[in-house]
Design a protein around this ligand. Sequence first.
Ligand SMILES: C[S@@+](CC[C@H](N)C(=O)[O-])C[C@H]1O[C@@H](n2cnc3c(N)ncnc32)[C@H](O)[C@@H]1O
Length: 255
Amino acid sequence: MSVLDLCCGKGGDLPYKWRQAKIAHYVGADLSKESIKSAKEKHEDMTHKISINLDKRRNDRFAEKAFPAIFIVQDAGDDNEQNLIDNILKKEKSLQSITSKIMFDIVSTQFAIHYMFESQTKLRAFLRNVTDRLEEDGVFIGTTVDADRVVCKIREAGSAKNLTVGNDYYSIVFGQDTFKKRDSAFGIKYYFYLLESVGKTAFTDGRPIYVPEYLVPFEALIEMALEYGLVLDKKMNFHEYYEKMSQTENTKKLY
Ligand SMILES: C[S@@+](CC[C@H](N)C(=O)[O-])C[C@H]1O[C@@H](n2cnc3c(N)ncnc32)[C@H](O)[C@@H]1O
């Protein structure tokens, strides 16, 4: 399998998810230079550890091999023709000898679709990036915030809590009551804080840094994704997913 990881961050999925899945090729893209640098280092470290392992078990034909990876700093929600991931890949030196169109079996976007809901233009550019090089029977796997749960939690907290929910590790703050009937599914902004969040210092002047994110009205995502040829296969809340997967031996071991 070949994987295009859009918004790959620091490459947290490299050593576990993708290695476990025994993929053949990987391309990771992220807006943050810092995160791409960390992801590259993680891949090098992983490759190094695996080669040490291979040396030790030279005769072990089941010894795992690292997969080749390419990392690019790129906005996955840019609609400028020049900056589409598709076009950026064409410029990659290591890919230039490949004459046929480079396609992926899987496009993965973990914990980042909410950034694309800033505007319809951004989501469209993102979906184009997802589908431009996805094989005919390829799969897109994404995870994002469950908007229904967030709205439900905010409502439960009541206005006395200033439209804020969270605990010691995270908080979500809405600037205003944005849940009234709206014309658009886009730009429903809230501020999110996660302890030790990716690429961010947790505190400045003793105060946590909040990053803007956008609610993902799921129906709007599915509707637009369909325009790009993506048909919904499965949708599950993490809690349900955990309940289900923690019951089976194989996935329990992975967890
Ligand atoms: C919460 S992190 C998730 C990282 C990684 N997918 C993971 O699961 O560990 C979100 C990532 O999305 C990246 N990101 C946000 N907007 C982006 C965009 N428009 N294009 C590319 N990356 C973006 C951020 O830089 C950050 O690394």
